[in-house]
Design a protein around this ligand. Structure first.
Ligand SMILES: Nc1nc2c(ncn2[C@@H]2O[C@H](COP(=O)(O)OP(=O)(O)OP(=O)(O)O)[C@@H](O)[C@H]2O)c(=O)[nH]1
Ligand SMILES: [Mg+2]
Length: 475
Protein backbone atom coordinates (compact mmCIF):
# COMPACT_ATOMS: atom_id res chain seq x y z
CA UNK A 1 0.00 0.00 0.00
CA UNK A 2 2.68 2.45 1.04
CA UNK A 3 4.75 1.74 -2.04
CA UNK A 4 1.77 2.14 -4.35
CA UNK A 5 0.78 5.47 -2.86
CA UNK A 6 4.33 6.79 -2.89
CA UNK A 7 4.63 5.86 -6.55
CA UNK A 8 1.36 7.65 -7.35
CA UNK A 9 2.66 10.76 -5.64
CA UNK A 10 6.01 10.75 -7.41
CA UNK A 11 4.53 10.31 -10.88
CA UNK A 12 2.08 13.09 -10.19
CA UNK A 13 4.68 15.59 -9.03
CA UNK A 14 6.97 14.89 -11.97
CA UNK A 15 4.05 15.42 -14.30
CA UNK A 16 3.08 18.58 -12.48
CA UNK A 17 6.56 19.96 -12.89
CA UNK A 18 6.51 19.07 -16.58
CA UNK A 19 3.16 20.77 -17.14
CA UNK A 20 4.29 23.89 -15.35
CA UNK A 21 7.57 24.18 -17.23
CA UNK A 22 5.90 23.84 -20.61
CA UNK A 23 3.24 26.38 -19.59
CA UNK A 24 5.67 28.99 -18.38
CA UNK A 25 8.34 28.76 -21.02
CA UNK A 26 6.59 27.39 -24.03
CA UNK A 27 2.98 27.22 -24.97
CA UNK A 28 -0.03 26.86 -22.68
CA UNK A 29 -1.89 23.55 -22.80
CA UNK A 30 -5.52 23.16 -21.79
CA UNK A 31 -6.61 19.56 -21.16
CA UNK A 32 -10.32 19.38 -21.83
CA UNK A 33 -12.07 16.24 -20.62
CA UNK A 34 -15.28 15.23 -22.39
CA UNK A 35 -17.35 12.60 -20.63
CA UNK A 36 -20.90 11.31 -20.27
CA UNK A 37 -22.67 7.98 -19.99
CA UNK A 38 -23.02 5.73 -23.06
CA UNK A 39 -24.75 7.43 -26.02
CA UNK A 40 -24.73 10.83 -24.28
CA UNK A 41 -23.26 12.44 -27.41
CA UNK A 42 -19.49 12.62 -26.69
CA UNK A 43 -18.23 11.66 -30.14
CA UNK A 44 -20.58 14.01 -31.99
CA UNK A 45 -19.75 16.81 -29.54
CA UNK A 46 -15.99 16.54 -30.02
CA UNK A 47 -16.24 16.14 -33.79
CA UNK A 48 -18.44 19.20 -34.18
CA UNK A 49 -16.49 21.28 -31.66
CA UNK A 50 -13.24 20.63 -33.50
CA UNK A 51 -14.80 21.27 -36.92
CA UNK A 52 -16.29 24.52 -35.63
CA UNK A 53 -12.98 25.62 -34.11
CA UNK A 54 -11.20 24.92 -37.40
CA UNK A 55 -13.89 26.84 -39.37
CA UNK A 56 -15.26 29.45 -37.02
CA UNK A 57 -18.07 31.03 -39.05
CA UNK A 58 -20.73 29.69 -36.71
CA UNK A 59 -18.96 30.56 -33.46
CA UNK A 60 -20.02 34.15 -32.67
CA UNK A 61 -20.40 33.28 -28.99
CA UNK A 62 -16.69 32.48 -28.70
CA UNK A 63 -15.23 35.94 -28.04
CA UNK A 64 -11.77 35.31 -29.51
CA UNK A 65 -13.37 34.07 -32.75
CA UNK A 66 -15.85 36.94 -32.90
CA UNK A 67 -13.04 39.46 -32.36
CA UNK A 68 -11.03 37.84 -35.15
CA UNK A 69 -8.14 37.05 -32.82
CA UNK A 70 -7.86 33.35 -33.75
CA UNK A 71 -5.51 33.63 -36.70
CA UNK A 72 -5.12 29.89 -37.31
CA UNK A 73 -6.33 26.54 -36.00
CA UNK A 74 -4.82 23.18 -36.85
CA UNK A 75 -4.62 19.58 -35.64
CA UNK A 76 -1.32 18.29 -34.32
CA UNK A 77 0.05 14.98 -33.07
CA UNK A 78 -1.16 14.52 -29.49
CA UNK A 79 1.37 14.42 -26.63
CA UNK A 80 0.34 11.01 -25.22
CA UNK A 81 1.81 8.20 -27.30
CA UNK A 82 -0.13 5.37 -25.69
CA UNK A 83 -3.66 6.78 -25.96
CA UNK A 84 -5.61 6.06 -29.17
CA UNK A 85 -6.17 9.15 -31.30
CA UNK A 86 -9.75 10.43 -31.50
CA UNK A 87 -10.77 9.50 -35.05
CA UNK A 88 -11.84 12.99 -35.98
CA UNK A 89 -11.63 12.62 -39.76
CA UNK A 90 -13.63 9.39 -39.81
CA UNK A 91 -16.37 10.76 -37.55
CA UNK A 92 -16.56 14.02 -39.52
CA UNK A 93 -16.82 12.09 -42.77
CA UNK A 94 -19.75 10.11 -41.32
CA UNK A 95 -21.57 13.31 -40.34
CA UNK A 96 -20.87 15.31 -43.49
CA UNK A 97 -20.92 12.72 -46.30
CA UNK A 98 -23.55 12.80 -49.04
CA UNK A 99 -25.51 10.17 -47.09
CA UNK A 100 -24.75 11.42 -43.58
CA UNK A 101 -25.02 9.02 -40.66
CA UNK A 102 -24.22 9.13 -36.94
CA UNK A 103 -20.74 7.87 -35.99
CA UNK A 104 -20.26 4.42 -34.46
CA UNK A 105 -20.24 3.93 -30.73
CA UNK A 106 -16.70 4.38 -29.38
CA UNK A 107 -16.60 3.29 -25.73
CA UNK A 108 -12.95 3.84 -24.82
CA UNK A 109 -10.57 6.66 -24.15
CA UNK A 110 -9.13 8.70 -27.02
CA UNK A 111 -7.40 12.01 -27.46
CA UNK A 112 -6.85 14.79 -29.99
CA UNK A 113 -4.69 17.94 -29.96
CA UNK A 114 -6.05 21.10 -31.56
CA UNK A 115 -3.72 24.08 -31.61
CA UNK A 116 -4.88 27.67 -31.95
CA UNK A 117 -2.74 30.67 -32.94
CA UNK A 118 -4.27 33.52 -30.97
CA UNK A 119 -3.57 37.24 -31.07
CA UNK A 120 -3.47 38.48 -27.44
CA UNK A 121 -5.84 41.28 -26.53
CA UNK A 122 -5.53 44.28 -24.22
CA UNK A 123 -2.30 46.15 -23.53
CA UNK A 124 -0.04 43.50 -25.02
CA UNK A 125 -1.92 43.26 -28.29
CA UNK A 126 0.25 45.68 -30.24
CA UNK A 127 3.53 44.46 -28.78
CA UNK A 128 3.22 40.71 -29.17
CA UNK A 129 2.66 38.47 -32.15
CA UNK A 130 0.16 35.62 -31.94
CA UNK A 131 0.87 32.86 -29.42
CA UNK A 132 -0.07 29.20 -29.60
CA UNK A 133 -2.55 27.59 -27.22
CA UNK A 134 -2.90 23.80 -27.36
CA UNK A 135 -6.23 22.20 -26.51
CA UNK A 136 -5.88 18.49 -25.71
CA UNK A 137 -9.34 16.98 -25.88
CA UNK A 138 -9.77 13.70 -24.01
CA UNK A 139 -12.89 11.59 -24.62
CA UNK A 140 -13.57 8.98 -21.92
CA UNK A 141 -16.64 6.99 -20.77
CA UNK A 142 -18.48 8.38 -17.74
CA UNK A 143 -18.83 4.78 -16.54
CA UNK A 144 -15.14 4.82 -15.65
CA UNK A 145 -15.77 7.59 -13.11
CA UNK A 146 -18.39 5.42 -11.39
CA UNK A 147 -15.60 2.97 -10.55
CA UNK A 148 -14.09 5.51 -8.16
CA UNK A 149 -16.54 4.33 -5.48
CA UNK A 150 -15.02 0.82 -5.66
CA UNK A 151 -11.73 2.11 -4.25
CA UNK A 152 -13.39 2.69 -0.88
CA UNK A 153 -14.89 -0.80 -0.79
CA UNK A 154 -13.55 -4.22 0.14
CA UNK A 155 -14.53 -7.16 -2.05
CA UNK A 156 -17.10 -8.32 0.50
CA UNK A 157 -18.68 -4.88 0.83
CA UNK A 158 -18.94 -4.59 -2.94
CA UNK A 159 -20.19 -8.15 -3.42
CA UNK A 160 -22.74 -7.77 -0.59
CA UNK A 161 -24.12 -4.55 -2.12
CA UNK A 162 -24.18 -5.95 -5.63
CA UNK A 163 -25.94 -9.17 -4.58
CA UNK A 164 -28.59 -7.24 -2.68
CA UNK A 165 -29.60 -5.14 -5.70
CA UNK A 166 -29.27 -8.06 -8.12
CA UNK A 167 -31.63 -10.02 -5.91
CA UNK A 168 -34.40 -7.45 -6.53
CA UNK A 169 -34.17 -7.57 -10.31
CA UNK A 170 -36.00 -10.22 -12.28
CA UNK A 171 -33.51 -10.19 -15.14
CA UNK A 172 -30.62 -10.97 -12.76
CA UNK A 173 -32.10 -14.22 -11.51
CA UNK A 174 -30.09 -16.36 -13.96
CA UNK A 175 -26.85 -15.07 -12.49
CA UNK A 176 -28.20 -15.14 -8.92
CA UNK A 177 -29.09 -18.83 -9.08
CA UNK A 178 -25.55 -19.64 -10.14
CA UNK A 179 -24.00 -17.34 -7.52
CA UNK A 180 -26.13 -18.75 -4.69
CA UNK A 181 -25.17 -22.29 -5.64
CA UNK A 182 -21.38 -21.82 -5.38
CA UNK A 183 -19.40 -22.84 -2.35
CA UNK A 184 -17.08 -19.88 -1.76
CA UNK A 185 -14.78 -21.98 0.45
CA UNK A 186 -14.21 -24.64 -2.23
CA UNK A 187 -10.92 -24.67 -4.13
CA UNK A 188 -10.70 -22.07 -6.92
CA UNK A 189 -11.86 -23.44 -10.27
CA UNK A 190 -11.07 -21.29 -13.31
CA UNK A 191 -13.97 -22.66 -15.39
CA UNK A 192 -16.41 -21.72 -12.66
CA UNK A 193 -14.86 -18.25 -12.21
CA UNK A 194 -15.15 -17.64 -15.94
CA UNK A 195 -18.72 -18.84 -16.03
CA UNK A 196 -19.70 -16.54 -13.14
CA UNK A 197 -17.90 -13.55 -14.68
CA UNK A 198 -19.49 -14.14 -18.09
CA UNK A 199 -22.97 -14.37 -16.61
CA UNK A 200 -22.37 -11.30 -14.47
CA UNK A 201 -21.11 -9.25 -17.43
CA UNK A 202 -24.04 -10.44 -19.52
CA UNK A 203 -26.44 -9.28 -16.82
CA UNK A 204 -24.75 -5.85 -16.66
CA UNK A 205 -25.35 -5.54 -20.39
CA UNK A 206 -29.05 -6.32 -19.86
CA UNK A 207 -29.22 -3.79 -17.01
CA UNK A 208 -27.81 -1.16 -19.35
CA UNK A 209 -30.48 -1.95 -21.93
CA UNK A 210 -33.15 -1.76 -19.22
CA UNK A 211 -32.06 1.82 -18.66
CA UNK A 212 -29.90 1.44 -15.52
CA UNK A 213 -26.85 3.67 -15.61
CA UNK A 214 -24.91 2.49 -12.61
CA UNK A 215 -23.47 -0.73 -13.98
CA UNK A 216 -20.10 -1.18 -12.27
CA UNK A 217 -17.38 -2.36 -12.62
CA UNK A 218 -17.32 -0.09 -15.66
CA UNK A 219 -14.88 -2.19 -17.73
CA UNK A 220 -17.14 -5.24 -17.67
CA UNK A 221 -19.28 -3.51 -20.26
CA UNK A 222 -16.39 -1.92 -22.14
CA UNK A 223 -13.52 -4.39 -21.72
CA UNK A 224 -11.41 -3.33 -24.71
CA UNK A 225 -8.09 -5.18 -24.69
CA UNK A 226 -8.64 -6.39 -21.11
CA UNK A 227 -11.34 -8.85 -22.28
CA UNK A 228 -10.73 -12.31 -20.84
CA UNK A 229 -7.95 -11.23 -18.49
CA UNK A 230 -8.14 -12.15 -14.78
CA UNK A 231 -8.80 -8.53 -13.72
CA UNK A 232 -12.16 -8.85 -15.47
CA UNK A 233 -12.83 -12.46 -14.50
CA UNK A 234 -14.57 -12.04 -11.18
CA UNK A 235 -18.14 -11.66 -9.95
CA UNK A 236 -19.94 -11.05 -6.64
CA UNK A 237 -20.38 -14.26 -4.62
CA UNK A 238 -21.69 -14.67 -1.07
CA UNK A 239 -19.24 -14.49 1.81
CA UNK A 240 -18.52 -17.48 4.02
CA UNK A 241 -15.94 -17.94 6.78
CA UNK A 242 -13.22 -18.87 6.61
CA UNK A 243 -11.77 -17.35 3.43
CA UNK A 244 -9.00 -19.87 2.84
CA UNK A 245 -5.98 -19.49 0.60
CA UNK A 246 -6.65 -21.05 -2.74
CA UNK A 247 -10.43 -20.83 -2.31
CA UNK A 248 -12.80 -19.38 -4.90
CA UNK A 249 -13.66 -16.54 -2.52
CA UNK A 250 -10.02 -15.64 -1.98
CA UNK A 251 -9.33 -15.60 -5.73
CA UNK A 252 -12.38 -13.40 -6.41
CA UNK A 253 -11.18 -11.03 -3.71
CA UNK A 254 -7.70 -10.93 -5.21
CA UNK A 255 -8.99 -10.15 -8.69
CA UNK A 256 -11.28 -7.41 -7.39
CA UNK A 257 -8.26 -5.80 -5.72
CA UNK A 258 -6.28 -6.20 -8.96
CA UNK A 259 -9.10 -4.47 -10.87
CA UNK A 260 -8.84 -1.54 -8.46
CA UNK A 261 -5.07 -1.22 -8.62
CA UNK A 262 -4.43 -2.18 -12.26
CA UNK A 263 -7.49 -0.70 -13.97
CA UNK A 264 -9.21 1.94 -11.85
CA UNK A 265 -6.21 3.68 -10.29
CA UNK A 266 -4.16 3.99 -13.50
CA UNK A 267 -7.10 5.66 -15.26
CA UNK A 268 -7.42 8.26 -12.51
CA UNK A 269 -3.66 8.76 -12.29
CA UNK A 270 -2.83 8.89 -16.00
CA UNK A 271 -5.90 10.66 -17.32
CA UNK A 272 -8.37 12.05 -14.84
CA UNK A 273 -5.83 13.81 -12.60
CA UNK A 274 -4.46 15.79 -15.54
CA UNK A 275 -7.73 17.34 -16.69
CA UNK A 276 -8.06 21.14 -16.36
CA UNK A 277 -11.57 21.61 -17.67
CA UNK A 278 -14.41 19.18 -18.01
CA UNK A 279 -17.66 18.91 -19.91
CA UNK A 280 -20.19 16.35 -18.69
CA UNK A 281 -22.74 15.52 -21.41
CA UNK A 282 -26.15 14.22 -20.41
CA UNK A 283 -28.90 12.81 -22.60
CA UNK A 284 -31.59 14.19 -20.30
CA UNK A 285 -34.28 14.02 -22.99
CA UNK A 286 -33.56 10.34 -23.55
CA UNK A 287 -33.95 9.60 -19.83
CA UNK A 288 -37.17 11.65 -19.60
CA UNK A 289 -38.53 9.68 -22.52
CA UNK A 290 -37.70 6.38 -20.78
CA UNK A 291 -39.69 7.41 -17.68
CA UNK A 292 -39.26 8.36 -14.01
CA UNK A 293 -37.13 5.35 -13.07
CA UNK A 294 -34.57 6.22 -15.75
CA UNK A 295 -34.49 9.84 -14.58
CA UNK A 296 -34.02 8.76 -10.95
CA UNK A 297 -31.24 6.35 -11.88
CA UNK A 298 -29.59 9.00 -14.05
CA UNK A 299 -29.71 11.51 -11.20
CA UNK A 300 -27.97 9.02 -8.90
CA UNK A 301 -25.41 8.17 -11.58
CA UNK A 302 -24.74 11.89 -12.06
CA UNK A 303 -24.10 12.44 -8.40
CA UNK A 304 -21.74 9.44 -8.30
CA UNK A 305 -19.92 10.68 -11.39
CA UNK A 306 -19.64 14.15 -9.97
CA UNK A 307 -18.28 12.82 -6.69
CA UNK A 308 -15.02 12.42 -8.61
CA UNK A 309 -14.91 16.21 -8.93
CA UNK A 310 -15.27 16.81 -5.21
CA UNK A 311 -11.75 16.91 -3.86
CA UNK A 312 -11.46 15.36 -0.46
CA UNK A 313 -14.17 12.78 -0.90
CA UNK A 314 -11.75 10.00 -1.71
CA UNK A 315 -8.38 9.57 0.00
CA UNK A 316 -6.66 8.11 -3.08
CA UNK A 317 -7.86 10.95 -5.28
CA UNK A 318 -6.96 13.64 -2.76
CA UNK A 319 -3.41 12.31 -2.60
CA UNK A 320 -3.22 12.08 -6.37
CA UNK A 321 -4.51 15.56 -7.08
CA UNK A 322 -2.47 17.29 -4.36
CA UNK A 323 -4.57 20.44 -4.43
CA UNK A 324 -4.86 20.57 -8.23
CA UNK A 325 -8.47 20.69 -9.29
CA UNK A 326 -10.63 20.93 -12.36
CA UNK A 327 -11.11 24.67 -12.90
CA UNK A 328 -14.36 24.60 -14.84
CA UNK A 329 -17.12 22.05 -15.24
CA UNK A 330 -19.88 22.40 -17.81
CA UNK A 331 -23.01 20.25 -17.53
CA UNK A 332 -24.63 20.10 -20.93
CA UNK A 333 -27.94 18.53 -21.93
CA UNK A 334 -27.30 17.23 -25.44
CA UNK A 335 -29.57 16.78 -28.49
CA UNK A 336 -31.49 20.03 -27.76
CA UNK A 337 -32.41 20.14 -31.46
CA UNK A 338 -35.16 17.64 -30.54
CA UNK A 339 -36.97 20.62 -29.00
CA UNK A 340 -38.12 23.98 -30.30
CA UNK A 341 -35.96 26.71 -28.74
CA UNK A 342 -38.97 27.92 -26.72
CA UNK A 343 -38.47 24.81 -24.57
CA UNK A 344 -34.69 25.08 -24.18
CA UNK A 345 -34.81 27.09 -20.92
CA UNK A 346 -36.89 24.30 -19.39
CA UNK A 347 -34.39 21.67 -20.49
CA UNK A 348 -31.56 23.72 -18.96
CA UNK A 349 -33.54 24.05 -15.72
CA UNK A 350 -33.97 20.25 -15.63
CA UNK A 351 -30.24 19.83 -16.24
CA UNK A 352 -29.51 22.21 -13.37
CA UNK A 353 -31.88 20.33 -11.08
CA UNK A 354 -30.39 16.94 -12.01
CA UNK A 355 -26.93 18.09 -10.99
CA UNK A 356 -27.82 20.54 -8.21
CA UNK A 357 -26.34 18.73 -5.20
CA UNK A 358 -23.15 17.88 -6.97
CA UNK A 359 -22.85 21.36 -8.48
CA UNK A 360 -23.20 23.11 -5.16
CA UNK A 361 -20.41 21.03 -3.72
CA UNK A 362 -18.10 21.37 -6.70
CA UNK A 363 -18.67 25.12 -6.66
CA UNK A 364 -17.82 25.21 -3.01
CA UNK A 365 -14.52 23.53 -3.84
CA UNK A 366 -13.56 26.33 -6.21
CA UNK A 367 -14.59 25.02 -9.61
CA UNK A 368 -16.57 27.33 -11.85
CA UNK A 369 -19.66 25.44 -13.08
CA UNK A 370 -22.45 26.12 -15.57
CA UNK A 371 -25.35 24.23 -17.15
CA UNK A 372 -26.73 24.65 -20.64
CA UNK A 373 -28.60 22.78 -23.35
CA UNK A 374 -26.93 22.32 -26.71
CA UNK A 375 -26.98 20.34 -29.91
CA UNK A 376 -23.52 19.54 -31.22
CA UNK A 377 -25.00 18.78 -34.64
CA UNK A 378 -28.32 20.31 -35.43
CA UNK A 379 -30.47 17.78 -37.33
CA UNK A 380 -33.78 19.71 -37.31
CA UNK A 381 -35.40 23.02 -38.22
CA UNK A 382 -38.17 24.71 -36.24
CA UNK A 383 -41.72 25.43 -37.24
CA UNK A 384 -45.02 26.45 -35.64
CA UNK A 385 -48.02 24.29 -36.50
CA UNK A 386 -51.57 25.07 -35.61
CA UNK A 387 -53.35 22.27 -33.85
CA UNK A 388 -56.80 22.50 -32.29
CA UNK A 389 -56.77 26.29 -32.43
CA UNK A 390 -53.36 26.80 -30.81
CA UNK A 391 -49.82 27.00 -32.16
CA UNK A 392 -47.55 24.11 -31.32
CA UNK A 393 -43.77 24.71 -31.42
CA UNK A 394 -42.46 21.78 -33.52
CA UNK A 395 -39.17 20.58 -34.95
CA UNK A 396 -38.83 19.09 -38.42
CA UNK A 397 -36.26 16.59 -39.58
CA UNK A 398 -35.69 13.22 -41.23
CA UNK A 399 -36.63 10.40 -38.91
CA UNK A 400 -33.93 7.85 -38.19
CA UNK A 401 -34.68 4.32 -39.41
CA UNK A 402 -33.75 1.48 -37.05
CA UNK A 403 -30.86 0.52 -39.36
CA UNK A 404 -29.39 4.02 -39.05
CA UNK A 405 -30.48 5.26 -42.48
CA UNK A 406 -32.55 8.37 -43.18
CA UNK A 407 -36.31 7.93 -43.19
CA UNK A 408 -39.14 10.27 -44.12
CA UNK A 409 -39.37 13.95 -43.19
CA UNK A 410 -41.69 14.77 -40.33
CA UNK A 411 -42.66 17.66 -38.09
CA UNK A 412 -42.82 16.61 -34.49
CA UNK A 413 -44.11 17.98 -31.21
CA UNK A 414 -42.54 16.06 -28.33
CA UNK A 415 -44.88 17.40 -25.62
CA UNK A 416 -44.23 20.14 -23.11
CA UNK A 417 -41.45 19.81 -20.56
CA UNK A 418 -42.66 21.08 -17.17
CA UNK A 419 -41.73 24.61 -16.20
CA UNK A 420 -40.78 23.41 -12.74
CA UNK A 421 -38.17 20.59 -12.85
CA UNK A 422 -39.49 19.32 -9.50
CA UNK A 423 -42.41 17.88 -11.46
CA UNK A 424 -39.92 15.47 -13.06
CA UNK A 425 -37.44 14.99 -10.25
CA UNK A 426 -40.17 14.38 -7.63
CA UNK A 427 -41.75 11.31 -9.30
CA UNK A 428 -38.25 10.11 -10.26
CA UNK A 429 -37.12 10.13 -6.63
CA UNK A 430 -40.40 8.60 -5.43
CA UNK A 431 -39.80 5.59 -7.67
CA UNK A 432 -42.93 6.17 -9.79
CA UNK A 433 -43.09 3.96 -12.85
CA UNK A 434 -44.88 6.37 -15.19
CA UNK A 435 -45.20 10.12 -15.65
CA UNK A 436 -48.56 11.43 -14.48
CA UNK A 437 -50.59 13.36 -17.02
CA UNK A 438 -49.23 14.23 -20.43
CA UNK A 439 -46.33 12.09 -21.52
CA UNK A 440 -43.23 13.20 -23.25
CA UNK A 441 -42.14 11.56 -26.46
CA UNK A 442 -38.69 11.55 -28.01
CA UNK A 443 -37.87 10.97 -31.65
CA UNK A 444 -34.58 10.07 -33.25
CA UNK A 445 -33.55 12.18 -36.17
CA UNK A 446 -30.97 11.38 -38.83
CA UNK A 447 -28.26 13.94 -39.51
CA UNK A 448 -29.28 16.25 -42.35
CA UNK A 449 -27.22 16.52 -45.56
CA UNK A 450 -25.09 19.65 -45.31
CA UNK A 451 -23.91 22.25 -47.77
CA UNK A 452 -21.37 24.26 -45.84
CA UNK A 453 -20.21 27.69 -46.98
CA UNK A 454 -16.44 28.20 -46.84
CA UNK A 455 -15.41 29.14 -43.31
CA UNK A 456 -18.47 27.56 -41.67
CA UNK A 457 -18.44 24.47 -39.47
CA UNK A 458 -21.45 22.13 -39.10
CA UNK A 459 -24.67 23.70 -37.72
CA UNK A 460 -25.12 23.46 -33.96
CA UNK A 461 -26.97 25.01 -31.05
CA UNK A 462 -24.91 26.84 -28.40
CA UNK A 463 -21.67 24.98 -29.08
CA UNK A 464 -20.02 28.43 -29.23
CA UNK A 465 -21.33 29.24 -25.77
CA UNK A 466 -19.94 25.95 -24.46
CA UNK A 467 -16.55 26.73 -26.03
CA UNK A 468 -16.54 30.24 -24.55
CA UNK A 469 -17.22 28.88 -21.06
CA UNK A 470 -14.63 26.10 -21.35
CA UNK A 471 -11.81 27.86 -23.21
CA UNK A 472 -12.67 31.55 -23.68
CA UNK A 473 -10.70 32.93 -20.73
CA UNK A 474 -7.47 31.32 -21.97
CA UNK A 475 -7.65 32.63 -25.56
N1 LIG B 1 -30.37 15.17 -33.01
C1 LIG B 1 -29.18 15.01 -32.46
N2 LIG B 1 -28.79 13.76 -32.10
C2 LIG B 1 -27.57 13.62 -31.54
C3 LIG B 1 -26.69 14.73 -31.30
N3 LIG B 1 -25.56 14.25 -30.73
C4 LIG B 1 -25.73 12.91 -30.59
N4 LIG B 1 -26.93 12.52 -31.09
C5 LIG B 1 -27.51 11.15 -31.10
O1 LIG B 1 -26.95 10.43 -30.02
C6 LIG B 1 -26.25 9.27 -30.50
C7 LIG B 1 -25.00 9.04 -29.69
O2 LIG B 1 -24.05 10.06 -29.97
P1 LIG B 1 -22.48 9.79 -29.79
O3 LIG B 1 -21.79 11.09 -29.98
O4 LIG B 1 -22.04 8.63 -30.58
O5 LIG B 1 -22.50 9.41 -28.24
P2 LIG B 1 -21.28 8.83 -27.36
O6 LIG B 1 -21.47 9.42 -26.00
O7 LIG B 1 -19.97 9.06 -28.03
O8 LIG B 1 -21.68 7.29 -27.33
P3 LIG B 1 -20.73 6.01 -27.02
O9 LIG B 1 -19.48 6.18 -27.81
O10 LIG B 1 -21.57 4.86 -27.44
O11 LIG B 1 -20.53 6.07 -25.53
C8 LIG B 1 -25.97 9.57 -31.97
O12 LIG B 1 -25.87 8.37 -32.68
C9 LIG B 1 -27.20 10.38 -32.36
O13 LIG B 1 -28.29 9.54 -32.63
C10 LIG B 1 -27.16 16.02 -31.69
O14 LIG B 1 -26.47 17.06 -31.52
N5 LIG B 1 -28.39 16.11 -32.26
MG1 LIG C 1 -18.48 7.82 -28.54
Amino acid sequence: MVIASLADGVVRSVENAGDRISETFFEPVIRLGVTGLARAGKTVFITSLVANLLDRGRMPGLAAAQEGRIVAAFLQPQPDDTVPRFEYERHLRALTSAEPHWPDSTRAISELRLSLRVQPKGMLAGLQGPRTVHVDIVDYPGEWLLDLALLDQSYDQWAGDALSWLDKRASAQGFMERARAVDPTAAHDEQLAQDLATRFARYLGIARKEGYHRCTPGRFLLPGDLAGSPVLTFAPIPFAEPSRRGSLHREMERRFEAYKSKVVKPFFRDHFARIDRQVVLVDALGAINSGPEAVGDMRRAMSEILAAFKPGRNAFLTRLLRGKRVEKILFAATKADHLHHLQHPRLTAIMEALTRDARDKAQFAGADTAALSLAALRATTEEMRSHGGSDLPCVRGSLLNPDGTRGKQAAFYPGALPEDPAQLIGPAMNGDTEWLGAGYQAMSFAPAPLTLSPGDGPPHIRLDRAAQFLLGDRL
